[in-house]
Ligand binder design. Structure first.
Ligand code: RBF
Ligand code: MG
Length: 306
């Protein structure tokens, strides 16, 4: 996949384009992207076009934390087989551009668009005039086809970027998995911890999540830990360890249930399966240790039931 930043690109090959932020690449996004890839099978190049920063963030309607980091999103789009990923600069000038101009100059001239797909909240151009109705009306005039996707529903619930964010922020891990069709995950390089976990009998591999990442509530989760192509059942604390430290940087501490390995310096991926409890400040390390033992038992039971 070729990643394009900036405005001065030209793709001469006829292409199918998906416009959107696609944060999370949830089931609704997958539905749209599947349609894009189908167009790709019919001799069209496939293009995903996102505005950067996203207009939601630019206009201050959303914080700059995402379900997928930019790198995770790019890796996933590449693995799906998308040909081009465009990060179109969004600033005052982009916001002022008439929808008609964006359609003619960017989508049709710079990109040779033959097919367009998007979710029903699509809007681009000045005052968001470039919406579903606008694009449908211009199909014949400009010789492209356009498919607008309604919001997907799973088990009677709307799957959208915002419902997914709400699920993550409230620790509703089951819903995240349902909406994404895979587990919510976080990756990082294992750093040196304080070794207290080791003394307590619960060694952990620790990392600091990416600044970009939208975080679930501080607390304890049943997780899978991927490292070196292998997967290990684990239990993970997301938080600041109030029992051992004062106000400190939020970290991820993952304890492998069945083995004790030193993963220092390795890249690991933690996949969230279930929320167990909120993080707490205990009166002693002994009390914390007792609680972690209980968390570990719960996690083991979770895996035995699967
Ligand atoms: N630290 C806390 O201060 N409060 C907690 O509730 C807490 N829960 C944890 C649960 C698990 C399963 C693990 C692995 C760690 C937890 N920790 C918690 C972090 C713990 O304080 C830390 O791993 C050790 O002190 C080593 O830094
Ligand atoms: Mg959306």
């Amino acid at each position: 996949m070729q990643v394009i930043t900036g405005k001065d690109f030209i793709i001469e090959e006829p292409c199918a384009i998906a416009i959107g932020k696609f944060d999370g690449i949830h089931k609704g996004h997958q539905w749209i992207l599947d349609e894009l890839l189908k167009a790709g099978e019919k001799q069209l190049k496939t293009v995903v076009l996102s505005f950067e920063p996203s207009p939601e963030v630019y206009f201050g309607r959303q914080e700059a934390h995402f379900v997928l980091t930019e790198q995770e999103k790019q890796d996933m789009l590449a693995s799906m087989g998308i040909d081009y990923y465009i990060l179109y600069p969004f600033h005052a000038e982009t916001a002022k551009m008439e929808a008609e101009v964006f359609l003619e100059e960017v989508l049709l001239k710079q990109l040779n668009m033959k097919h367009l797909v998007a979710g029903d909240d699509l809007s681009f151009g000045y005052k968001g005039k470039g919406n579903g109705v606008f694009l449908k009306e211009r199909e014949a005039k400009y010789g492209y086809t356009f498919k607008l996707f309604p919001k997907l529903k799973i088990e009677d619930e709307v799957v959208s970027a915002s419902s997914l964010r709400t699920a993550i922020l409230s620790g509703n891990i089951k819903k995240c998995t349902l909406f994404m069709g895979r587990e919510f995950e976080m990756s990082g390089t294992v750093c040196k911890g304080n070794q207290i976990g080791h003394k307590l009998g619960f060694p952990t591999c620790n990392f600091v999540p990416s600044e970009e990442k939208l975080l679930p509530p501080k607390g304890v989760y049943v997780t899978l830990c991927d490292v070196d192509g292998k997967t290990y059942p684990s239990v993970t604390n997301v938080g600041v360890k109030p029992t051992v430290e004062g106000e400190s940087q939020l970290g991820i501490e993952c304890h492998l249930l069945d083995c004790d390995m030193d993963l220092y310096g390795k890249e690991i991926c933690v996949r969230y399966l279930s929320f167990l409890r909120p993080e707490k400040k205990f009166n002693s390390l002994d009390a914390l240790s007792e609680q972690i033992k209980a968390d570990k038992e719960k996690a083991k039971m979770y895996f035995e039931k699967q």
